[in-house]
Design a binder for this molecule. Structure first.
Ligand code: 5RP
Length: 256
């Protein structure tokens, strides 16, 4: 039965096979990130266009109304800050809490290649064990804060390890030869947007990732730091869900 629950939860996030996830969890290690100083104000207008929100329990409770119905991807790893070594994360939120908050998935970061590689991979594995018991899919986030080259070899390694340990979805970064990362990862791959880019470049990134097999994006700063966040998320949706050419999607951003 747990598999049915997991399938049901994954389909809430990517029912069509494609997804535009909105990442607003940055405060868990960056504090009041630009654009997220007042999370409610930033998140509320974007909810109608997001296939899920990725966030911590603190922002969920304080800044999102329970009646919105938007699927929640709850970040459950953390306990490090930008002031120290990011890779030393532990599990910050229990599986019971994730179930109580009606999460559709939980997210754990892994730091392959760091001194804390083993601990972070065990964080993922233990969370998968608990999640599988209760029907909760686990999304693994790879390569955050890495100084290592974010190339297809490294990202392919990190994504594949995360999938082997039981992640149901993997989040990573776009790179050259991205199809190699996707083709060697047996679960859906979504990309982070990374640092803020000009809007057209961020749309090109999303389009390239999807054309090379990504299931979509789990994008944060390139949406909420945009001069027009609603226009930008609508443009990203046009690229990911409708396969619109970047120029056309960019027109939506400008018009909105
Ligand atoms: C960091 C995360 C963030 O949610 C994500 O990477 C940020 O998204 P973006 O790079 O698009 O702002 O998981 O650990």
């Amino acid at each position: 039965m747990a598999d049915w629950g997991i399938g049901n939860r994954v389909s809430r996030i990517m029912g069509s096979g494609k997804t535009v996830m909105l990442a607003v969890d940055h405060g868990y290690f960056q504090g009041p990130t630009t654009g997220l100083e007042d999370p409610r104000r930033t998140i509320t207008p974007l909810i109608p266009y997001a296939d899920s929100l990725m966030l911590t329990r603190g922002v969920l409770r304080t800044s999102v109304e329970p009646g919105t119905g938007v699927p929640v991807v709850l970040r459950v790893s953390g306990a490090t800050s930008v002031l120290k070594e990011l890779s030393g994360e532990g599990i910050t939120t229990s599986m019971e809490e994730a179930v109580r908050l009606n999460a559709s998935a939980v997210a754990v970061s892994v730091f392959v290649g760091s001194d804390n590689e083993r601990e972070s991979l065990l964080n993922l594995s233990r969370t998968v064990d608990e999640g599988e018991r209760l029907g909760m899919p686990v999304l693994a986030v790879t390569a955050v804060g890495r100084e290592m080259n974010r190339d297809a070899r490294y990202l392919g390694l990190a994504c594949r390890i995360a999938a082997e340990l039981g992640a149901r979805i993997v989040k990573t970064y776009y790179c050259e030869d991205f199809e190699k990362v996707v083709n060697s990862c047996p679960v859906p791959v979504v990309i982070a947007g990374g640092k803020k880019l000009p809007e057209k470049e961020a749309l090109q990134l999303a389009a390239a990732a999807v054309s090379k097999g990504a299931a979509g994006v789990d994008m944060g700063r390139n949406i909420f730091q945009s001069s027009n966040p609603v226009g930008m998320i609508r443009a990203v949706r046009a690229v990911v869900h409708e396969g619109k050419p970047v120029e056309e999607a960019y027109g939506l951003f400008e018009k909105a």
